[in-house]
Design a protein around this ligand. Structure first.
Ligand SMILES: *Cc1c(COP(=O)(O)O)cnc(C)c1O
Length: 409
């Protein structure tokens, strides 16, 4: 049999571990505890010489089935799921970094990740923010104690695209862990392993779940980073295969010690949503491309930020690396148009903070999701007061165009 395609692999991954009743959809396992008729087996599971479940905080069969799906999508060697995307990020940083370490991050970041870096800096982890659209800026900041470089694929809300391949080369050369947040592209549009990322983060809450009805996050180890070169692996985790040292430490610290566990109910919803990721992404990207062109041609719009437009500064990079250009669009209205009045006039498009939903959502970025960071940091990220972020959904294209048309007229 040929290697199955993206959707076939996800749809049929459940059959790797058949259900006892032959159900073709995985059942949900909310049980916290697991019984062992032979206590020897319980001991073996605890000591890691046998696989199994012991207590819900460390995982359950429903989450494992989702981890298999995400791992297939990213073609990694192992994936761990967490309660949210932020939990996956926090677990990765806190499990791997220590006081005295240095991290280089893109300055174009999801707002809460930016805030998390502020917390890390109070713990003695030094952070340098750089314009990551050029890998030379990353190289210039690398020091002896630089342990990690962190970027997002398409930055929120201005849609800058990091020099993903160039930074991958730099990290590979220097033996630095390269962490890529793939949320905005999703593994359907882009696989960070192709640019040598060692760890890939996904907020499952967004495109992978896709229906706005569950929170979740994941960390995938691509197998490309040599953990034997990493100084902060605890002795306890060095007995296993060195390829698994990193993800084992993230899993143990993030789930067992910090308790950022994904609930079985959420894992079940995310797994169901993930089955249609390719279909939804195709429609979302097609809608977004049509809308971006519509905005670019409209006299009431002064600026459009969308990687699919040929005038976008990283258009060629996006074209080379991504299957399509994603569902996020930034627009700035002509100065004489009131942005709130415009948002109020929209009937189909909803004012909301989420992204990656089936519905099209709009939010004034500076007043809301990027409010807390202050005007200076907003300016450095290119977020103007008039910027509206759109997360394009899967509605019928003409209905979306019509809605924007009437709101702008
Ligand atoms: C939403 C988001 C996160 C955080 O995910 P949650 O599941 O909401 O915690 C992280 N990174 C990016 C790029 C996001 O858009």
């Amino acid at each position: 049999m040929n290697k199955p395609g993206f959707s076939t692999a996800i749809l049929h991954s459940d059959r790797q571990q058949p259900d006892q009743y032959r159900a073709i959809h995985r059942p949900m396992h909310p049980s916290v505890a697991y019984a062992y008729s032979d206590p020897e087996d319980l001991i073996k599971v605890f000591q890691g010489s046998q696989s199994g479940y012991v207590y819900g905080r460390q995982g359950n069969p429903t989450t494992s089935a989702l981890e298999t799906k995400i791992n297939l999508m990213e073609q990694g060697i192992a994936t761990a799921c967490f309660s949210t995307g932020m939990a996956a990020l926090a677990a990765s940083f806190l499990a791997l970094l220590r006081a005295g370490d240095h991290l280089v991050a893109s300055s174009f970041l999801f707002g809460n990740t930016n805030s998390l870096f502020t917390t890390l800096s109070t713990l003695g982890i030094e952070i340098s923010f750089v314009d990551a659209t050029d890998s030379a800026n990353v190289t210039a900041e690398i020091r002896d104690n630089t342990r990690m470089v962190f970027v997002e694929t398409i930055a929120n809300p201005r849609t800058q695209i990091a020099d993903l391949a160039g930074i991958g080369e730099v990290c590979a050369e220097r033996g630095i862990v390269y962490v890529v947040d793939n949320t905005l592209t999703s593994p359907y549009l882009f696989r960070p392993a192709l640019v040598k990322a060692g760890l890939v983060i996904n907020s499952l809450t967004k495109y992978i779940c896709g229906h706005g009805n569950a929170l979740g996050g994941s960390v995938t180890d691509t197998g490309l980073f040599d953990w034997q070169r990493f100084p902060h692996i605890y002795d306890n985790y060095r007995s296993a295969d060195p390829k698994l040292w990193g993800i084992t430490q993230i899993r143990k610290k993030g789930l067992r010690d910090m308790g950022a566990t994904l609930q079985a109910e959420s894992a079940h919803r995310i797994a169901t949503g993930s089955e249609t990721l390719a279909l939804r992404m195709d429609k979302t990207c097609a809608n977004a491309s049509r809308l971006a062109q519509f905005f670019a041609d409209h006299s009431a719009i002064s600026r459009v930020y969308y990687p699919g437009l040929s005038e976008h500064p990283q258009h060629l990079r996006a074209k080379t690396l991504f299957k399509a250009y994603g569902g996020l669009i930034g627009i700035e209205l002509r100065e004489d148009i009131n942005k709130l009045a415009f948002l109020k006039k929209l009937n189909i498009v909803i004012s909301s903070s989420h992204l990656g939903d089936t519905r099209t959502l709009a939010i004034p970025a500076a007043d809301t999701i990027y409010w807390e960071m202050g005007a200076d940091r907003r300016r450095s990220m290119g977020i103007s007061d008039s910027l509206i972020r759109l997360s394009v959904g899967i509605e019928d294209t003409d209905d979306l165009i019509g809605d924007f048309e009437q709101a702008l007229s």
